[in-house]
Design a protein around this ligand. Structure first.
Ligand code: 2HG
Ligand code: ZN
Length: 477
């Protein structure tokens, strides 16, 4: 038995009860739950390939309580799993072996807005939409956005460096973090960067915690940047018969107009949201793929330019139909075609790949991967969509209803190796924005070298010498 294995689920019921009683006393007055419903709810994220088995769920309200939980975990050799909005897709917030789940649901206040610096301080449990709304109320904008922004937490977004649909213009969550307070695996509270725009004073430790998946420490406060809101956002949705041509459309528009989004999805993806989410088909013509662009339509001349570019794409045979939003309601409806895909297909327990390459390599990369998956999964439905303007593709394989979960998973895992060999050849990433968690850790070497992984393990030991912080995520020690 190694320290990393944290065998709390092997304890006798009496010993578990005793441990929970000690935990409750230690974190008081924070709430502690151990009923089965709570363990199942807070013990997992949106992934469905692991059975949650946490010891207990703790709801700290203050930094000192988070520190108390960490000290308790060290003393009793229990793992800790951080839990935000639980919308993760790589099992980064799943507790599978008797860990204590630390839920940030009660640390959700927004404070200290500074209009000059355009910064605001958030508890880790602030919901993304709450921050977006706060920014809007101040006449500003928080630009990191995705379908799960109504549930996901700022702390989780930072811990996974969440991306979403506006990365092409605004970057990832990392770009919006001005300062962080974290509790490390020793229980120490560290404060990074303090909102500074310029701070060249050695290693930028804050960056290690952004995308660190809670393996070095837990985020207990974040200072977030805001910006000016975009004006007159307009969406153009285009029917593109050939995948290769999607990138030609991107080139054509990007050279003339600053885009706030460039997304794509397949007809199979659209058909699902039309049938199951009640989304209206954008136009009659069905094409194998759709490109979705968004831009600020600040004046008539930008609108005219967009129309000219659209016609140019039609003349070149890349696009055969399209629609441009004329108002906010149409904009929102068109976005649903893209944003509703992930939730709609979740009923088929999809096996997810979230892969990326540099934008110039997307067409060749996509063709190679599609050849492999079409050959290997003749009996499975394959759904393509994603942030193609960032080189980030979401490849979802849907589980046939009657196929047992384990069998489906093992077939997908086998094919994943071939997919990831292609990712490696192209110098791509096996997880562009969803993180590694439990789901992708066996594939880390396709993107990160052995030397890098060893260095990451070394960094983990510095901040979390006993390995209590989100054990078994990203890599095993
Ligand atoms: O479900 C997926 O594979 C992707 C989810 C999310 O990253 C999206 O882009 O909609
Ligand atoms: Zn995505």
């Amino acid at each position: 038995m190694t320290r990393e294995q944290f065998p709390q689920n092997a304890l006798s019921p009496e010993d578990r009860a005793e441990l929970v009683a000690q935990l409750t006393a230690c974190v008081a007055p924070a709430r502690v739950l151990t009923d089965d419903d709570a363990l199942q709810t807070w013990g997992r994220d949106w992934t469905r390939f692991h059975d949650p088995a946490p010891l207990a769920i703790v709801f700290p309200k203050a930094v000192e309580q988070v520190q108390a939980v960490v000290r308790f975990a060290r003393e009793h050799t229990v793992g800790l799993v951080p839990s935000g909005g639980r919308t993760g897709l790589s099992a980064g917030a799943v507790a599978v072996r008797g860990e204590i789940v630390v839920s940030f649901d009660h640390m959700n206040t927004i404070s200290d807005f500074n209009a000059v610096d355009r910064t605001v301080v958030c508890g880790p449990g602030v919901v993304t939409e709450q921050l977006q709304q706060f920014a809007e109320d101040q006449g500003l904008y928080y630009p990191v956005d995705f379908a799960s922004s109504g549930s996901s937490h700022v702390g989780g977004n930072i811990a996974t460096n969440a991306g979403g649909i506006k990365v092409i213009r605004y970057g990832m969550t990392r770009d919006w973090v001005a300062g962080l307070k974290v509790v490390t695996g020793t229980g120490e509270l560290l404060e990074f960067n303090k909102g500074l725009l310029k701070n060249n004073t050695g290693y930028d430790l804050q960056q290690l915690f952004i995308g660190g998946e809670g393996t070095l420490g837990f985020i207990v406060e974040a200072t977030m940047r805001l910006t000016r809101p975009p004006r007159d956002l307009t969406v153009l949705l285009l029917g593109v018969p050939e995948m290769d041509d999607v990138m030609k459309v991107l080139d054509t528009f990007q050279n003339s107009i600053d885009l706030t989004a460039f997304e794509f999805f397949s007809e199979k993806a659209l058909a699902k949201v039309v049938e199951h989410a009640g989304v209206q088909r954008p136009f009659e013509t069905e094409t194998a793929f759709y490109a979705m662009l968004e831009f600020e339509c600040l004046n008539e001349s930008i609108a005219d330019q967009a129309m000219q570019l659209f016609e140019q794409c039609v003349e070149n045979g890349w696009v055969i139909d399209g629609v441009m939003s004329q108002n906010q309601a149409q904009l929102a409806n068109l976005w649903r075609c893209r944003e509703d895909i992930s939730e709609t297909i979740s009923r088929w327990t999809p096996y997810k790949n979230d892969i990326s390459v540099v934008v110039s390599k997307v067409p060749a990369f996509l063709t190679e991967i599609d050849t492999v998956v079409s050959r290997e999964y003749p009996d499975f439905e394959i759904i393509w969509f994603g942030h193609i303007g960032d080189g980030n593709l979401h490849l979802n394989i849907l589980k046939p209803e009657t196929l047992p979960r384990e069998e489906f998973l093992s077939r997908c895992n086998k094919v994943s190796r071939w997919v990831f060999e292609i990712v490696q050849q192209y110098g791509g990433s096996v997880s562009a924005e969803h993180g590694v968690g439990l789901l992708k850790k066996d594939y880390l070497t396709y993107t990160r070298s052995i030397a890098e992984i060893e260095l990451m393990k070394g960094v983990k030991k510095v901040f979390d010498p006993d390995g209590v912080m989100n054990p078994g995520k990203i890599f095993d020690l």
